[in-house]
Design a protein around this ligand. Structure first.
Ligand code: Q46
Ligand code: ZN
Ligand code: ZN
Length: 329
């Protein structure tokens, strides 16, 4: 197995491209794929200040490193979700990466701890509101990411979603015809209605490739799955698509990029779900508590979904993550 570029021994094969690469050319391939995606979807322009949301996992740390390597002015944002040891360990990986790879290149790390700043954590919010942990977590993260991007006057908020993630979300949304979500499934969402511009530059890389990038770069990352993800449908969709990809390399990429090319515009007029950006969302008002754009709550008050969740959760008895794991089984 030889590198497609230099003919030296290869360390990785990428079946959907029918290509093998040595370590240096593989890392260059990853950066080239990110650059191509940033350009194609106009994710960022020269001189922009970027903020990447990092979780301590392979995708977000690879993204921060790739953007720094490419010369972007990019800071990191880490949100401590209070999911027991998992969050403690994730935070440690982020801080180690920051000290070794980002701080020496002049980047900043912004940290927000959910319990310290808003008086609750994800397991408590889940029980207090009756939402699934991932729903409470997703709502909290979206709000805090948006707020950090606004407060820091960043031009773009970036996340490390990879091809496997996006294809699995698309698959789930198609299977259940969640058309409002399909409308928003783009790798770049323009700023609007008080929401920052959002982008996912790694949608051309699979998770096997982001993992390989980290290993070859010497980046340590959180390998464990979030304990709240157990039973999550997203993992089932990933497995189903993984089997199809195995039988037919390139299928995932064709599915996702085919959707962007042929179908996403068909859903463009659908309103965005609560707490989400969307050009069609023209009736938003500022939340009376935090000022974020909102549809208002069902009772008619102008309180956003995040503030409603955080008020109920902060007033509740803290729920240890172990209890939630037991309950979910
Ligand atoms: S961190 Fe949060 Fe994920 Fe854990 S609770 Fe679910 S959404 S699985 S990316
Ligand atoms: Zn090579
Ligand atoms: Zn609010």
């Amino acid at each position: 197995m030889k590198c497609r570029v230099c003919r030296e021994p290869a360390v990785i094969d990428i079946r959907r491209h029918n290509a093998n690469f040595c370590s240096d050319h593989f890392m260059r391939y990853c950066r080239d794929q990110a650059t191509k995606t940033i350009k194609e979807f106009e994710m960022a322009h020269q001189g922009d200040r970027l903020l990447v949301a990092v979780s301590g996992g392979k995708d977000s740390l690879a993204l921060w490193d790739i953007l720094l390597e490419l010369g972007w002015d990019v800071d990191g944002l880490y949100v401590g979700l209070g999911i027991g040891d998992y969050s403690d360990v994730s935070g440690d990986y982020v801080r180690s990466f920051f000290e070794a790879f980002a701080e020496p290149r002049g980047a900043k790390l912004i940290e927000v701890d959910l319990r310290a700043t808003h008086g609750y954590d994800v397991p408590t919010a889940s029980v207090a509101t009756g939402r699934t942990p991932c729903s409470a977590c997703g709502l909290s993260k979206r709000h805090l990411f948006d707020a950090a991007a606004r407060d820091g006057a960043y031009d773009v908020l970036l996340t490390g979603h990879n091809l496997d993630d996006e294809a699995a979300v698309l698959y789930g949304n198609v299977m259940r015809w969640q058309v409002d979500y399909l409308a928003r499934q783009r790798p770049m969402l323009a700023a609007g209605n008080g929401f920052p511009k959002k982008a996912k530059p790694l949608v051309r890389l699979s998770e096997r490739e982001t993992a390989a990038y980290c290993v070859l770069r010497g980046i340590d990352y959180q390998v464990d799955e979030c304990p709240m993800a157990v039973g999550n449908r997203h993992l089932e969709y990933k497995n189903a698509l993984g089997a199809a990809e195995e039988a037919s390399p390139g299928m995932k990429q064709a599915f996702y990029f085919g959707y962007l090319r042929e179908a996403v515009d068909l859903f463009a007029t659908r309103p965005a779900p609560e707490g989400e950006a969307g050009e069609a969302n023209t009736s938003l008002i500022p939340c009376d508590t935090c000022g974020s754009p909102t549809n208002g709550d069902p009772s008619g008050a102008a309180t956003c979904a995040f503030c409603r969740l955080s008020q109920r959760s902060a007033a509740a008895e803290p729920v240890p993550v172990e209890l939630l794991k037991t309950r979910r089984r």
